[in-house]
Design a protein around this ligand. Structure first.
Ligand SMILES: [Zn+2]
Length: 311
């Protein structure tokens, strides 16, 4: 089958405090959207749980120990890892299962089990730096997936395209000195976490930041993809494209002021699929990052997945 989706009930058991935007209802709203007959051809599977060793592909062991020490032992207790990042008793298991889904997705696109794969997991990952959990993120799913593709399949060039409305500081941190990974990000600036200026290019010129001003809309986003991201993808000729698929640039989202509509994510997905067709044998792994308006998330992620299914 062309498109696979990884999900797991454990993703609903990572509990954040009342009123926190990164909440289980996000995945419930996506699940309702996926009940539409359009998605009957989607190959839906339970994500496997990754081993703790898999985390060491992108993080030092002390980071794993720090996260493990932060996990509460009792049901109903929520611990604060840092400013806005919280853990409940099942959070480590949820995070490891998100990593496991990302790794399985890489396996699927290299084995030919699927052309492209979407991982509907939480917590998200792109703010997690080498040794820092932050911005709702514990471990960097996209970075671990990229490292897995390199180690297991000998992938020489991997591109990560991050269209979450927040800059993927964690992914940038992990690949800052690594020309085997091209990291391209569109994001609102100024906005959390404050990084992502155009002149942040990495020591080997493998980082491409395309910041968008608050209140930008579809035209600015599409222009950034066309003029900054697509030419670099064409030059780089990746063996695999990983999407850090956040949907918080949707106009309904409460955490940012970019005014995209669902069709923009459909369009951007189409452009990434074209790039993957040219150099990556169509291999695309898409990992859910942000998206905090339930309706905006369900619409945008639904159109993104539908485009992956149709090509
Ligand atoms: Zn975000």
């Amino acid at each position: 089958m062309r498109t696979r989706l990884y999900e797991h009930p454990i993703f609903l058991e990572h509990i954040t405090p009342a009123g926190h935007p990164e909440r289980p209802d996000r995945l419930r709203s996506l699940n309702i959207a996926l009940e539409h007959p359009n998605f009957h051809g989607l190959d839906r599977r339970e994500a496997p749980q990754a081993s703790e060793d898999a985390l060491l592909l992108a993080h030092p062991e002390e980071h794993l120990r720090h996260v493990m020490r932060s996990i509460p032992e009792e049901e109903g207790v929520i611990n604060q890892l840092e400013a806005d990042t919280y853990a409940s008793v099942k959070s480590l298991q949820a995070a490891l299962t998100g990593v496991g889904g990302a790794i399985a997705a890489v396996d699927d696109v290299f084995s030919g089990a699927a052309e492209n794969v979407f991982v509907a997991s939480r917590p998200p990952g792109h703010h997690a730096e080498k040794a820092t959990a932050m911005g709702f993120c514990f471990f960097n799913n996209a970075a671990i997936a990229a490292r897995h593709a390199q180690r297991k399949y000998g992938a020489e060039r991997i591109a990560i395209v991050d269209w979450d409305v927040h800059h993927g500081n964690g992914t940038q941190d992990i690949f800052w000195d690594d020309p085997s990974v091209l990291f391209c990000s569109t994001h609102q600036m100024p906005l959390y976490p404050g990084t992502g200026a155009k002149d942040e290019t990495g020591t080997r010129n493998n980082i491409v930041n395309a910041p968008l001003s608050p209140n930008s809309g579809s035209d600015h986003f599409r222009e950034a993809i066309k003029s900054r991201v697509l030419p670099r993808l064409a030059d780089f000729r990746p063996d695999l494209i990983i999407i850090s698929a956040g949907f918080d640039a949707h106009h309904r989202d409460p955490l940012a002021q970019i005014n995209l509509v669902g069709e923009d994510f459909d369009w951007a997905t189409g452009r990434i699929l074209e790039a993957a067709d040219r150099s990556a044998n169509n291999r695309v792994v898409s990992l859910l990052e942000g998206g905090y308006d339930l309706e905006g998330l369900a619409e945008s992620a639904g159109l993104h997945i539908l485009r992956m299914m149709k090509g």
